[in-house]
Design a protein around this ligand. Structure first.
Ligand code: ATP
Ligand code: MG
Length: 234
């Protein structure tokens, strides 16, 4: 077997530091984080408020860059200066799910799901999934595609947001408090989706305060004051 195969990670963060602001108003959000994520992992990131979880997720998602340190996504170095290249890398490799859904109410569910296509490189076209396939992946009926986000429940909205995040067939699905606005029944529905995606080989990173959600993961990383203080299998 090719030895390099073993070295291939979906994400590889080395000595990542993130400092916000300048002068007297600096906040150090991450201090020397090393993190590798393997294909097919389901990782939970936990830790107190302000410990750097969202910052870490934004860096993993190529939405932000570290102040120092290096990031590789799926074997490709994330460029610090070239924002256009970073956006392209994100469009190709990353799916992102927010706590507050971030759907556009004036568009149908179908249009919301199709939106990422506009930002993707044409060469990536073959990897794009159809709205019908995507809505099935999040355990919802095709009829829902013709409704608007305002005409479905909060739990359904989050499932649509997950479908949208999967539209580019991402290497890694990143979720920041995906169940933070959901009741326990809807949280369970979202977790069932993550479980089935992960069983199918998908790589998932979930930031959560909810121990029930974290218990679905195959590995847990705890952040405190911007440092990884604990990394374990739950
Ligand atoms: N854009 C920003 N500018 C300045 N400081 C920031 C910015 N974003 C985050 N911070 C600070 O960086 C630190 C880490 O923030 P981060 O949002 O990563 O924490 P978190 O673990 O996600 O917290 P929570 O659980 O409340 O969402 C905090 O002290 C926060 O105030
Ligand atoms: Mg956060």
């Amino acid at each position: 077997m090719d030895v390099r195969m073993n070295e291939r990670h979906i994400a590889d963060l080395q000595d990542v530091t993130k400092v916000y602001g300048s002068g007297r108003n600096t906040v150090t959000a991450l201090r020397g984080v090393n993190l590798r994520i393997d294909p097919g992992e389901f990782l939970a990131v936990v830790g107190p408020s302000g410990s750097g979880k969202s910052t870490l997720l934004h860096i993993l998602g190529c939405m932000d860059v570290p102040t120092t340190g290096t990031v590789e996504i799926d074997g490709e170095p994330v460029p610090r200066e070239n924002e256009r290249k970073r956006t392209a890398l994100r469009g190709e490799k990353i799916g992102f799910v927010f706590q507050a859904f971030h759907l556009l109410n004036e568009l149908s569910v179908r249009e919301n799901i199709e939106l990422p296509r506009m930002f993707l490189r044409r060469t990536n076209g073959s990897r794009l999934l159809k709205p019908e396939e995507l809505i099935a992946k999040v355990h919802m009926p095709v009829a829902l595609l013709d409704r608007r986000p305002t005409e479905i429940s909060g739990g359904e909205r989050q499932r649509v947001a997950i479908a949208r995040a999967l539209a580019n067939n991402p290497s890694m699905l990143l979720c920041d408090e995906p169940t933070g606005n959901l009741d326990s029944a809807n949280s369970e529905a979202v977790m069932a989706i993550f479980d089935s995606l992960n069983r199918a080989g998908g790589t998932i990173v979930v930031v959560t305060h909810n121990p029930e959600v974290a218990s679905h993961a195959s590995r847990m990383v705890t952040l405190k004051d911007g440092q990884v203080v604990e990394a374990e299998s739950p």
